[in-house]
Write a protein that binds this ligand. Structure first.
Ligand SMILES: *[C@@H]1O[C@H](CO)[C@@H](O)[C@H](O)[C@H]1NC(C)=O
Ligand SMILES: *[C@@H]1O[C@H](CO)[C@@H](O)[C@H](O)[C@H]1NC(C)=O
Ligand SMILES: *[C@@H]1O[C@H](CO)[C@@H](O)[C@H](O)[C@H]1NC(C)=O
Ligand SMILES: *[C@@H]1O[C@H](CO)[C@@H](O)[C@H](O)[C@H]1NC(C)=O
Ligand SMILES: *[C@@H]1O[C@H](CO)[C@@H](O)[C@H](O)[C@H]1NC(C)=O
Ligand SMILES: *[C@@H]1O[C@H](CO)[C@@H](O)[C@H](O)[C@H]1NC(C)=O
Length: 409
């Protein structure tokens, strides 16, 4: 239910900051905004930096006055003057922190987005200090164009997002082609930095060959001078939520993993789709829990020439793995956006049941050393196991798929 209280002219110029930005009153640092039809019915979600992290993340000379969301009274105001209240959520669990603001979409906003395919402008207004609705930031929102080529209605759509990429694009094509083979039909690249335009080249190739298969979400906040609390994460937890809100509508299943992680269905399953159909059917579940199986070198202090050779596929380079799966704490998930509201990278905190697939059915092969030699907790080098299974099953098909991608008709 929305009430009309005020209206701004559709194309008015103003000095109100636009997302991504620090709000005009310095209370909120907003990274992104996206609309969803399945999240509480219909809503707009602002992904913000956790209040107590704002000062750490911003450059020192920018003054801010972080306020936790329950200290604020916020509203969304749409271009026709419709207003809806903002609901807030803060999550803190170890290193995973995220703050979300959700406001229901007014009928006007809903029609603009999904009926008319328009970009909408929304103001976030605060009544914290004054008895008036003062706009503190604005955002422009549109919904992704629905992926047409995969519209095989008998098949569920599986979406895979990358963690924010910082010049890692050289590992991207093989990762996409592998995951296409196992049933994913949409890929979202979170692009942070691409120094030599390598990613742009790849995206151009995909756009020509498979339009709609790969989307890029710009996830670069360097213009604002932002540095994540854990600098190597590039606002990964926030990106995960962004992907989930932005693409949840289109995806029956959705996950965010790194380019050194491969979701592998094991014999007799050829695809994740087969596994899900056979084991889960239409049961209401929140997620599938994927535990890492670390792939590394037999001996961490003597990598072979094959393991060092980054021109080979990742799944070819490493054929020794830890004896056991990593127990818990570092798992990733394939989520069902329809049934989930909040996420975290490695922990499932709230919600419905999740499914722990049998070790014999699906694995998360985690090639921890693709770009630097490193070891992982629980990886005992005296207990490595030779395992060429993934290479033998997939390497040639991935190579064929890469060749087909770059072939000119
Ligand atoms: C929606 O708008 C975009 C451009 O804003 C356009 O490329 C696309 O074709 C439109 N989709 C539909 C279904 O009208
Ligand atoms: C749709 O999916 C089914 C099941 O995987 C497959 O057999 C069929 O060929 C697909 N149809 C099209 C048009 O892609
Ligand atoms: C990725 O981000 C960089 C840095 O912001 C930008 O220069 C580049 O154009 C982006 N690439 C793509 C494919 O969007
Ligand atoms: C690992 O390689 C190093 C260097 O070649 C060697 O000294 C060491 O003995 C090896 N360790 C094992 C457990 O094989
Ligand atoms: C593999 O790379 C490591 C680190 O750069 C190096 O120490 C090692 O000698 C290399 N192995 C071979 C066989 O070249
Ligand atoms: C592997 O090494 C650890 C510690 O170095 C030792 O406790 C364990 O018994 C070894 N396992 C095997 C199978 O040798």
């Amino acid at each position: 239910m929305s009430v009309v209280v005020a209206a701004w002219p559709e194309y008015a110029e103003d000095n109100i900051p636009t997302v991504p930005c620090l709000s005009a009153d310095g209370h909120l640092l907003v990274l992104s905004v996206a609309a969803s039809r399945i999240r509480y019915g219909l809503s707009l979600t602002f992904v913000t930096v956790y209040p107590t992290d704002i000062k750490t993340v911003l450059p020192k000379h920018i003054s801010s006055h972080p306020l936790s969301s329950n200290q604020q009274n916020l509203w969304c105001i749409f271009s026709d003057g419709s207003v809806t209240p903002v609901y807030t959520y803060d999550l803190k669990y170890g290193n995973d922190r995220v703050s979300l603001l959700d406001c229901p979409l007014s009928q006007f906003a809903n029609d603009q987005l999904w009926k008319l395919n328009q970009t909408i402008r929304v103001y976030l207004a605060s009544t914290t200090t004054k008895d008036r609705k003062i706009p503190i930031l604005k955002a422009f929102v549109k919904v992704p164009v629905v992926f047409i080529t995969s519209s095989n209605s008998s098949q569920e759509s599986f979406t895979l997002c990358t963690s924010p990429l910082h010049n890692k694009a050289k590992y991207l094509v093989q990762w996409i082609e592998f995951h296409r083979l196992v049933g994913f039909s949409k890929f979202i690249i979170y692009n942070t930095t691409d120094t030599d335009n390598y990613l742009s080249t790849i995206i151009n190739t995909y756009t020509q060959k498979y339009p709609g298969l790969v989307d890029v979400v710009q996830w670069d906040f360097s213009a604002l001078g932002l540095v994540d609390v854990l600098p190597t994460r590039y606002f990964q937890v926030e990106a995960l939520h962004d992907c989930f809100v932005r693409y949840g509508d289109q995806s029956e299943w959705l996950g965010m993993i790194d380019l050194d992680e491969y979701i592998v269905p094991l014999h007799p399953y050829e695809t994740i789709v087969d596994y899900v159909h056979e084991h889960l059917g239409r049961r209401i579940l929140e997620s599938i829990n994927l535990r890492s199986q670390y792939f590394c070198s037999k001996n961490s202090s003597s990598y072979t020439a094959e393991e060092n050779n980054t021109n080979r596929l990742t799944i070819e380079r490493f054929t020794f793995r830890a004896h056991n799966r990593h127990k818990s704490g570092r798992e990733k998930y394939l989520y069902r956006p329809r049934f989930v509201q909040y996420l975290s990278i490695h922990h499932q905190i709230i919600g419905l049941s999740n499914e722990q697939p049998s070790e014999n059915h699906i694995t998360l092969a985690h090639y921890v050393s693709i770009s630097e030699q490193r070891t992982m907790p629980g990886y005992d080098f005296n207990e490595t196991v030779k395992d060429s299974g993934i290479r033998n099953r997939f390497a040639n098909r991935v190579k064929d798929a890469i060749a087909a991608l770059t072939r000119k008709h």
